[in-house]
Design a protein. Structure first.
Length: 391
């Protein structure tokens, strides 16, 4: 078996885990220097245990592995299953599950890659234990397994403690707290509170740790995209219809035109074109979230998705600067992942201050009214809808 990420987490820098989507630029030409891991998105699970869309992997894997390994970066193949029928097939049949593991192992080994990223979304609680068993079996064949896991586990399907033991990392999909079908608001609020919901990145990290996830296996996933809505200009406001996604690089350019505003509660930038609200990340907000993850002493951070930052060297210089473990000033020997980390925010609750409870249904959260599944897939291509009444 290959050595897992748990050994990487003891290195001198935090994990920086990036997804690369097949509809963006050539992954072979990425600047891998700022990353520790790259996950190539995606192959999809079929109900007979085979995988489809394999050309998304086979057409780039050799070049990506060579370029990434030259920079000491690990490469993972991302496998997706977003439908109940896929979950039922994989977890309902030992034969199907074994075939899937075998196909994934072949794809990893054929190209000398390092492991698999498992992105199974909308999972039923009926498969809580089956997912753990699947990860154990898969890891035995492919070496490293990182899971894409929800910001809020509405269904109780995810055993964070057992999965962090069985896997090499839990990538919290820390986005979609507001989404295209909700009212306007921050995609990735760092903190919650009035007038917003309590749900936030801080809430999610607390929830994982309160449910005994190993902090050395927790990767705080951050969006390099925002959300836009046709809406009034009240904050919080009301959407007139379903919203759409905008890349970070596009949103930052538009904020220069319309004027960037800032929400102090959630630590989130936004701007207000005519008849619209756009909430988005910028370099400063991403830095603050990376520094939060470092302060909490989790494994590191990750991004959905590479190229949405426009391959801006200034962005990656910021990541390099922020994603650094602090040097102890007292000569202590604390290591990343030790208990007791906390964000240096005066209004933030201390880690472990209270036992968190998960909501029984999404209706308990005023910020969004459907389960926070928020698939990683954005519209392909990621293009803005035509504005009405703007500009």
């Amino acid at each position: 078996m290959l050595l897992g990420l748990s050994l990487v987490f003891a290195a001198e820098r935090p994990v920086v885990y990036g997804y690369h989507a097949y509809w963006t630029d050539d992954p072979v030409t990425l600047d891998f220097d700022s990353l520790t891991h790259v996950s190539i998105f995606n192959v999809d699970v079929e109900t007979d245990g085979t995988v489809s869309s394999t050309s998304r992997w086979t057409s780039v894997a050799a070049g990506v592995v060579a370029a990434a390994h030259a920079q000491g970066v690990k490469v993972h193949l991302c496998v997706t299953a977003f439908d109940d029928s896929q979950h039922d097939a994989v977890f309902g049949s030992d034969t199907v599950r074994s075939r899937l593991i075998g196909e994934l192992a072949d794809l990893v080994r054929d190209y000398g890659a390092d492991g698999v990223n498992v992105d199974f979304e909308g999972l039923s609680s009926a498969y809580r234990e089956d997912m753990v068993d699947f990860v154990i079996d898969l890891r035995a064949e492919v070496g490293e397994v990182v899971l894409a896991t929800p910001a809020v586990d509405w269904s109780g399907a995810w055993d964070y403690s057992a999965l962090s033991d069985a896997s090499d990392g839990l990538f919290i999909m820390g986005y979609g707290y507001h989404y295209t079908g909700s009212n306007p608001g921050p995609n990735d609020p760092l903190y919650g509170g009035d007038p917003w919901s309590d749900y936030s990145l801080d809430w999610s990290v607390d929830d994982y740790l309160a449910h005994d996830a190993d902090p050395a296996k927790v990767i705080l996933g951050l969006p390099l995209y925002g959300q836009a809505w046709e809406a009034n200009h009240e904050v919080p406001g009301s959407a007139y219809e379903t919203g759409w996604a905008v890349t970070m690089v596009e949103a930052m350019a538009e904020a220069e035109v319309y004027g960037a505003l800032y929400d102090d509660v959630t630590r989130s930038p936004y701007y207000l074109p005519s008849g619209e609200q756009v909430w988005y990340p910028d370099h400063d907000s991403v830095r603050e979230r990376i520094e939060y993850a470092v302060d909490r002493e989790v494994a590191g951070v990750g991004f959905w998705a590479l190229d949405y930052e426009g391959r801006d060297p200034a962005f990656w210089a910021m990541v390099d600067d922020a994603a650094t473990w602090p040097v102890p000033v007292d000569g202590g020997d604390d290591e990343p992942g030790d208990d007791g980390g906390g964000a240096d925010q005066p209004d933030a609750p201390a880690p472990g201050q209270a036992t968190l409870s998960r909501p029984e249904s999404p209706a308990s959260c005023s910020a969004f009214a459907t389960p926070l599944v928020a698939p990683l897939v954005l519209a392909v291509p990621l293009a803005r809808r035509r504005r009405r009444g703007a500009r």
